[in-house]
Design a protein around this ligand. Structure first.
Ligand code: ZN
Ligand code: ZN
Length: 144
């Protein structure tokens, strides 16, 4: 499996031991972007039935700390995880169903947005959440 060995190389580059739970979490996030912890656990258990909740939490924390996984926390929602890291992309979040979509950085590199007043800060990152209603939810509403 070619992707698995890519993941092994990424783990080694981040000085993390290659373990089956870590590979399973990376594989789950490759196939499902912006999923919450419970979803990651059920995806990993489909592959490794005996992995504990705590083990998956620990893997997510280690991978996030190492920069292999990005954790996003839309206000009022559970934390979500994705493999797309390092590009400072933003997110569209549906208020109705919670669906999340990626939005590329407006100018292509972090921090992407200029603050109206930086108050002397050296800004290296801007994270924007665009809240709204996704196309499916909009269509359902107008169909009612
Ligand atoms: Zn929606
Ligand atoms: Zn994303």
């Amino acid at each position: 499996m070619r992707m698995a060995s890519d993941f092994e190389a990424q783990l080694r580059a981040a000085s993390l031991r290659v373990t089956r739970p870590r590979l399973a979490v990376l594989g789950a996030l490759r196939d499902h972007a912006h999923v919450d912890t419970d979803t990651v656990i059920s995806l990993v258990r489909a592959e490794l039935p005996r992995v504990s909740h705590q083990a998956v939490y620990d893997v997510l924390r280690a991978l996030t700390t190492a920069g292999l996984v990005r954790r996003i926390e839309p206000a009022g929602a559970a934390a979500r995880y994705e493999l797309r890291v390092g590009d400072n992309h933003h997110h569209l979040v549906c208020r109705s169903c919670g669906m999340i979509a990626d939005v590329d950085c407006a100018v292509g590199e972090a921090p992407c947005l200029t603050a109206s007043d930086d108050q002397g800060f050296v800004i290296d990152e801007a994270e924007v959440v665009y809240w709204g209603t996704c196309p499916d939810c909009t269509n359902q509403r107008s169909a009612q």
